[in-house]
Write a protein that binds this ligand. Sequence first.
Ligand code: 9UX
Length: 72
Amino acid sequence: VTSTLDLGVQGMTCANCVGRVERALGKVEGVLNASVNLATERATVTYLPSAVSPGQLKAAVRDSGYEVLETQ
Ligand code: 9UX
């Protein structure tokens, strides 16, 4: 079973920021894919809910230096 989380991410100003957030999410155990869109300021994360929680994913974004705006 997989889930998808869509997060607003604030504070990304260049393409390298996108890479930072994607790597931060991608290294979390249970994350299958993380795709960040600079233009829309959104991150889409596919993950195993048995291994990681939405709160942990949001924390990973914050720990990488960016702000989480909203959760869907
Ligand atoms: Mo670009 Mo983002 O130099 O934190 S990596 S602004």
